[in-house]
Ligand binder design. Structure first.
Ligand code: C2E
Ligand code: CA
Ligand code: CA
Ligand code: CA
Length: 277
């Protein structure tokens, strides 16, 4: 058994070493990506389910890696958070998203969609986060009401005065705060009465099962009622079929996003999209 263990160690060691080396490489590359214009933002339409009219877009970051191709955030956001790079990356995404919102309201466009940006808990460690967001809006002449920030439940259970002050300040200025992936994180709902919130986003894990399961439908029904009672807007994520869209509408969910309507679009494609939706 002893020999086996040694053998295993010998077998696994190179893999562990490779994993660490790969991470270090990726971190260096991510640094370069930020400096070298390899990051990119796509925008997924958020629509009114009853009319199909576009009300906003969620900004989703991409990385055009020089050798590995186009990478989704799942491939590098964790690393960005661990390495502290999430702060400059987050600011980069925020600036581009606000520029996008500015471009959507130009040229006398009839509809002025909002932009919704994912914000990592780490970004709130910086005491100037709220200032930076508000300054960016002012610089681009974008009304705070056209910006939504998506945060997760895990962030809200933190006992962090600065975070709460920042959220309250942003919200007071008119920026809307959404809770992302609702129902997937912490089971305690007590934060809902304390946090300054505007929007609740129903996670895809609920959306994708409502057509098949009465229990899941009951859960979504409960979430939508809870949101309405608390005066929150609701957006369902990951809608892939018209059956899901119809059920959500019946349950009183007014807004949604998902492949049924559109995949995340490069910025230029959003203009053509807006002309039709
Ligand atoms: P999320 O905030 O839950 O974003 C929704 C994810 O679901 C996106 O994946 C989107 O492309 C995908 N999606 C949208 N509609 C559908 C659908 O109908 N079916 C399916 N199967 N998927 C759908 P993506 O772009 O890979 O982003 C993954 C996660 O990365 C996001 O999840 C978000 O948590 C994070 N993320 C993205 N951009 C940023 C960013 O700029 N900053 C931070 N901190 N996190 C980001
Ligand atoms: Ca999100
Ligand atoms: Ca989400
Ligand atoms: Ca999700």
């Amino acid at each position: 058994a002893k020999g086996e263990g040694k053998g295993q160690w010998r077998r696994y060691q190179p893999d562990l070493h490779t994993a660490i080396t790969e991470r270090l490489t990726l971190r260096t590359e991510l640094d370069a990506a930020l400096a070298g214009d390899q990051l990119d933002v796509e925008y997924q339409p958020i629509v009114a389910l009853s009319s199909g009219h576009t009300v906003g877009f969620e900004a989703l970051v991409r990385w055009n890696h020089p050798t590995r191709g186009r990478l989704g955030p799942q491939a590098f956001i964790d690393l960005a958070e661990e390495s502290g790079l999430i702060e400059p990356i987050g600011e980069w995404v925020l600036r581009h998203a606000i520029e996008a919102a500015q471009s959507w309201q130009g040229n006398g466009r009839a509809n002025r969609p909002y932009v919704s940006v994912n914000v990592s808990a780490w970004q709130f460690r910086n005491s100037t986060f709220a200032d930076k967001v508000l300054a960016e809006l002012t610089d681009h002449g974008v009304a705070p009401g056209l910006l939504m920030l998506e945060i997760t439940e895990s962030l809200l259970v933190r006992d962090d005065d600065r975070l709460w002050r920042d959220l309250a300040r942003l919200r007071q200025a008119g920026v809307r705060i959404a809770i992302d992936d609702f129902g997937t994180g912490y089971s305690s709902l007590s934060y809902l009465r304390a946090v300054p919130l505007d929007v609740l986003k129903i996670d895809r894990q609920f959306t994708s099962t409502i057509a098949a399961s009465a229990k899941q439908r009951a859960l979504v029904d409960g979430i939508v009622r809870l949101a309405h009672t608390l005066g929150l807007e609701v957006i369902a994520e990951g809608i892939e079929t018209s059956a899901e869209s119809t059920l959500l509408t019946v349950l009183g969910c007014p807004y949604g996003q998902g492949y049924l309507f559109a995949k995340p679009l490069p910025l230029p494609a959003t203009y053509a999209w807006l002309a039709r939706h």
